[in-house]
Design a protein around this ligand. Sequence first.
Ligand code: FAD
Length: 453
Amino acid sequence: MGTTASLRGSDLRDLAMGLRGELLLPDAPRYDSARRVWNGMYDKRPAVIARCASAADAMRVVDFARAHQLLTAVRAGGHSVSGKSTCDGGLVIDMSPMQGVRVDPRRRIARVEGGALLQHLDRETSAFGLVTTAGTVSHTGAAGLTLGGGLGRVGRRFGLACDNLRSVDVVTADGRLLTASKDEHADLFWGLRGGGGNFGVAASFEYDLHPMDSTTLGGAIGWPIAQARDVLSFYADFSMSAPDELNLDMAMVATPEGLRIVLEVCWSADLARGERVVEPIRALGKPAFDNIAPMKYLELQSASDRRLAHGIRFYGKSGFITELTARNIEQLVDVFAAAPPGSFSIVIQQSGGAIGRKPISATAFPNRGANYWLMLSKSWTDPTQDGPRIETLRAAWKALEPVTDGLYVNAITDDERARVPINYGNNYPRLQQLKRKYDPNNQFRLNANVLPA
Ligand SMILES: Cc1cc2nc3c(=O)[nH]c(=O)nc-3n(C[C@H](O)[C@H](O)[C@H](O)COP(=O)(O)OP(=O)(O)OC[C@H]3O[C@@H](n4cnc5c(N)ncnc54)[C@H](O)[C@@H]3O)c2cc1C
């Protein structure tokens, strides 16, 4: 893949003239803010940032990238934990100016542009009493999250974000804008649902929406960490038998009041029934706090936004878990107890329900057998802490990784890239064929990369 060293000023001027959006070079006043991504550790300096205002812009920029063989990153919300939506010395196709969301309440469909954030999607749909699955931090991009799968608080009810797609308008490596759906380019549609950014630049998505009350029973309940074994054993049983309307996430964290094990509840159906469903959680042990209460879904969806704000330095290792066995629980408790307090958090996001009821071959997303997504992570602000923080976390992960059986392409670290084929399993050869058809030269490689067959 080439660099921009060979680009002539006239090439760039021609491109800039052809775009509705801005073309930012390093001397542009807005370049510095436009190059920043969510994870502050990735302080990269692309040679060109193309801020697309339309699908036609994306087509022109993809043509330009191909003609000049540029290293190409694609960006929506900028949340890639491993900084894949930026690069040094290459081109960033920045879709973030395109944040439109249009809801058709009669047909229960949302059309969402390729740079929209989850908060845009959630806000527009909730105004009509409708919802589709979105992740747990509202400044995440809908595009990146959906293309890699998309877990969220209503995923057990309605499936992954990608399971709710009706169609995607995507600019493939040859610069064509294709509509992929079950009726058109169905092969590509299959790959876009879990295959990540491998097949092109998504200009817009159409999602199915579902009626849902805007008030959920939500919030957190926490116990002193000494009760972690009991809470985890309860969680293992209760979460497996809970109705799909309940999403229960777990965290072992350091708080100003001490180390805690916390369960975060989102009950998204009838509130009175929800109160009865969560009763056993509240009756467990001696909670240190309990703020489960009727809560706007939008409030819950943005509750972690500040803690995980743009610019923090972040490292995380994660993997899927099928079952929380007694041995797995011991391992989780031991790893958390062995580290100095505050070294990292251990979080489990619940999966299963409708996600697991689809066959693995139905879409490219392969981890449907998992009931949990486990993440060990740490955020900090001081750059001198990068080395020690990452080292501590990697060492702890060595003990936890055997608990997992599969990784999430939306959260892989660079040292896990070799595991991408194994993770996709029987879906991988099909992805490789698609890659050969739609991106034979691997223009879109800054992702959980699928190599062309
Ligand atoms: C704080 C935080 C919370 C998270 N919570 C969840 C969660 O609850 N559930 C969950 O499933 N995941 C979660 N994730 C992981 C998240 O799904 C991925 O980081 C995802 O890639 C973010 O998408 P983005 O558009 O913001 O990222 P970006 O960094 O902009 O893009 C990431 C990758 O997506 C691809 N991409 C982005 N936009 C486009 C486009 N328009 N066309 C084609 N390809 C594109 C590119 O390959 C790019 O490298 C979380 C991540 C963070 C940092």
